[in-house]
Unconditional design. Structure first.
Ligand code: KIV
Ligand code: NA
Length: 275
């Protein structure tokens, strides 16, 4: 398993970091087997696993429940867990209590928070308390209603400058890595250059220090529309739908189960029972 120091070293030596989300035991196991450097229990679980419209309904308990399953599936991979909507905004006391529970109960290696500004204090305090923090800038889905939709961030000069300043500020506050979501590729490249922590991009072009994708997008599982920045490496929807339809047909036609799927008993015993 890599430490965050080693992940930082990968940036320095130009080795790309591969990160994927996971939300349960099987996806975590697959991620670990495939050799990803980092796993994220993203609050995207609200959408891709729980069927909500956004990440906003996701709770601390949801994150812990899924985080623990992921840890069991991938005990030897660097694990980051998202702090969900409003779990780090009400007061520093409540933030620390949520973070303590999430960090202890999931045995994560780091927690991730969205935004800069006031959130810089959160990054500082958690780091001070011994919890490594991954920052998340650009499109921050927990603020979708403030941002006015899921769209590319940092296109105007002022917004781009703000993003650069925020990225530097998260590093100064102690963040060990930065996720950049939906940012023009050349701006993301510049940000990756001006900060020393690894920048993991999603919809942020090829010049980030690493890439993260949502598991369900990557394998096309459950989702029916992919965001522009995602790449489908396979289609589990069609594999699973074909399998399920075949099962239904075989039950209806009595083709399943066949003898090989059943258990036997001695003929005399059954004759005896028939009387
Ligand atoms: O929740 C999530 O999946 C994320 C990634 C998109 C970075 O935050
Ligand atoms: Na997230």
């Amino acid at each position: 398993m890599k430490t965050h120091k080693q992940l930082g070293q990968m940036k320095k030596t130009g080795k790309k970091i591969a990160m994927v989300t996971a939300y349960d035991y099987p996806s975590a196991k697959q991620a670990e087997t495939s050799g990803v450097d980092m796993i994220l229990v993203g609050d995207s679980l609200g959408m891709v696993v729980l069927g909500y419209e956004s990440t906003i309904p996701v709770t601390v308990d949801d994150m812990i429940h899924h985080g623990k399953a992921v840890k069991r599936g991938a005990p030897n991979t660097y694990l980051v867990v998202d702090m969900p909507f409003m779990s780090y905004h009400v007061s520093m006391e409540q933030t620390l209590l949520h973070a303590k529970r999430m960090f202890q109960e999931t045995s994560a290696h780091a927690l991730k928070v969205e935004g800069a500004g006031e959130v810089l204090n959160v990054i500082q305090k958690l780091t001070f308390a011994g919890i490594p923090v991954v920052a998340h800038l650009g499109l921050t889905p927990q603020s979708v209603h403030v941002l006015g939709g899921y769209k590319v961030q940092g296109k105007e000069l002022e917004a781009a400058q703000q993003l650069i300043d925020d990225a530097k500020a998260t590093e100064r506050s102690g963040a060990i890595a930065l996720v950049l979501e939906c940012v023009p590729s050349s701006l993301a490249a510049l940000i990756a250059e001006v900060v020393n922590i690894p920048v993991i991009g999603i919809g942020a072009g090829p010049d980030c220090d690493g890439q993260v994708l949502v598991y369900h997008d990557l394998v096309t599982y459950g989702v029916d529309r992919l965001p522009k920045f995602a790449k489908a490496y396979t289609n589990l929807n069609s594999v699973a739908n074909d399998a399920l339809s075949a099962f239904v047909q075989e039950v209806k036609s009595s083709a399943f189960p066949s003898d090989e799927h059943g258990f036997s008993i001695q003929e005399e015993t059954i004759q005896h029972l028939y009387g």
